[in-house]
Design a protein around this ligand. Structure first.
Ligand code: ZN
Length: 197
């Protein structure tokens, strides 16, 4: 069984076929969470670190969280492949590496009260089809988290434009190509606007 690093606590919450693993550090608090969901017979993992991108602590949390998340996903993947589990053997792709299901997302919180205001899923790819692939992978989680969610592509380094799909609660018909800075400002405004700072 996977041995957690010192000072790290893990809590699991399940709802239907969505399982959430909360990772907490004794001193610096919540680090992030890993979500395992089953969709069309495939296991899908996503992970997200807590905190705002501009907060220096977020980077620290990410440094601690990332290796834990990777180990945990590997461990859980192994368990999924074990015949002793309830999941039928044919319900996952054994050849698929867990990293292929590793979706990077970030929960952005109000800068004052720390209430989550939106979630951003990073695809690191830049076509509309890639965005749609990610949408299919993560849409099951949307309801569970019930939070405004955007799926964003890779920023084009020449035009500084990025594809953004508003995915939840009301999904847009297709991704919109917008200036990356405009999107950043929009998100920052949501974070500062929540408590009207
Ligand atoms: Zn607030």
């Amino acid at each position: 069984m996977y041995q957690l690093p010192e000072k790290i606590k893990l809590r699991k919450e399940s709802q239907g076929d969505v399982h959430i693993y909360y990772v907490r550090h004794e001193e610096i608090g919540d680090l992030g969470r890993i979500v395992l969901s089953e969709y069309m017979g495939q296991s899908h993992f996503s992970s997200e670190v807590c905190g705002n991108p501009n907060d220096p602590l977020t980077q620290k949390r990410l440094e601690i969280f990332k290796p834990i998340a990777e180990d945990l996903i590997e461990e859980v993947s192994k368990q999924l492949k074990s015949p002793s589990q309830d999941i039928p053997l044919g319900s996952y792709k054994p050849e698929a590496k867990s990293s292929e299901h590793f979706v990077e997302s970030q929960l952005l919180c109000c800068i004052k009260c720390n209430t989550p205001v939106c979630r951003i899923v990073y695809t690191h790819k830049n076509t509309q089809a890639d965005i749609e692939d990610y949408y299919r992978l993560v849409f099951k989680e949307f309801k569970k988290f019930d939070i405004l969610t955007y799926i964003v592509g890779l920023v084009d380094t020449y035009t500084e434009q990025v594809l953004v799909l508003k995915a939840y609660p009301q999904r847009d018909e297709k991704p919109e190509k917008i200036d990356a800075n405009i999107f950043d400002v929009k998100v920052q405004n949501m974070q500062s606007g929540h408590c009207g700072v």
